[in-house]
Design a binder for this molecule. Structure first.
Ligand SMILES: [Zn+2]
Length: 329
């Protein structure tokens, strides 16, 4: 089998979450505060799954899993949260979100969409390097790292011991995220966790130096690969639309963090959203679009491999897992 399901559960460290949460309700805690230790701290043998999109190959790569619980969600009672998860045959006490990255191969290009945590949240969620290696792709082969945004679970793995992990890659990111997280003064008096997030962002931006490439609107960054701004979670939060022939796939990044809940109730936001109202508006708009267009979606935090179709369901939506692509694996 090309992937091993993450069967790990974790003790919900909600007390820990609450004790560390900033009093202002600003959610500055890393999602990985409750890593799912499904691998006992060891890298998975191989958690990668390929998908063909026309002439482009997309490989979902697992970095691990995290349990967020109800605490960081805004706009839903704990009872409703539990009921939605139980209805989807999930354990409300231990629902595990994925931390997924995606390797996109087209022609001579190897584009890594997000780079995992790099161990920022502990060793249990740092499996991307091993899973990338298992595909036969070396860090030096990566031509671009497309950062959907500059949160540590997306760019932490672009840096190791202060150096760029991908020595030949351009780092591609929305200008609004570069400006926000790269502003050294903005977080000086802010919550410790925001300072940590910003500090990591700035180190990543510095490590890629003149290999940084920014965009500020919907932009084709390579043939068939179009950056699609979906702001709110962070100012420059962006998806990547992949299109080839008659096929298309949207990597929508952090449109949902607890998928069953935020699909059923798209108005539910998460404390990590920089602008929750804008994040909810972006979510509503893209859900409407992908459901209407029957577009295949890949999510950063949808349980691995994170590939789903989205169907309208009552006042919300539900995910229908994409069938395994036998031809591509
Ligand atoms: Zn994320």
């Amino acid at each position: 089998m090309p992937f091993r399901p993450n069967t790990g559960k974790t003790d919900m460290k909600r007390r820990q979450f609450l004790s560390l949460a900033p009093a202002a309700g600003l959610a500055a805690l890393p999602a990985g505060i409750a890593p799912a230790a499904g691998h006992g701290g060891a890298p998975a043998l191989h958690e990668a799954q390929r998908r063909s999109v026309g002439d482009i190959t997309v490989t979902a790569l697992s970095d691990g899993g995290i349990s967020l619980g109800h605490a960081p969600l805004q706009g839903i009672s704990e009872e409703d949260y539990a009921a939605i998860l139980r209805a989807g045959f999930h354990d409300p006490a231990g629902y595990t979100s994925g931390v997924n990255a995606f390797l996109v191969e087209t022609g001579a290009l190897k584009v890594l969409v997000d780079a995992g945590t790099g161990g920022f949240f502990g060793p249990e969620v740092d499996n991307l390097p091993a899973n990338l290696a298992a595909t036969g792709v070396a860090p030096g082969d990566i031509t671009h790292v497309f950062a959907t945004h500059l949160h540590p679970d997306h760019v932490g793995g672009a840096l190791r011991d202060g150096a760029a992990v991908f020595p030949a890659a351009e780092l591609v990111v929305h200008e609004a995220d570069r400006a926000f997280w790269g502003d050294e003064g903005r977080f000086a008096d802010g919550p410790e966790m925001m300072q940590a997030f910003a500090g990591l962002s700035q180190a990543v931006l510095a490590a890629y130096g003149d290999r940084l490439r920014v965009f500020d609107a919907e932009t084709e960054i390579a043939p068939g690969l179009t950056a699609l701004p979906l702001p709110g979670h962070t100012p420059g939060h962006s998806g990547l639309m992949i299109a080839s022939g008659n096929d298309a796939l949207l990597i929508w990044a952090d449109i949902v963090h607890v998928a069953p809940v935020q699909l059923a109730r798209p108005e539910v936001t998460i404390g990590f959203d920089v602008d929750p109202a804008q994040a909810a508006a972006s979510r509503a708009a893209i859900l409407d679009r992908v459901a209407a267009e029957r577009l295949l979606v890949a999510g950063s935090h949808i349980p691995f491999p994170g590939l789903v179709h989205i169907a309208a369901d009552g006042s919300g939506y539900r995910a229908v897992p994409a069938a395994f692509d036998y031809a591509a694996n």
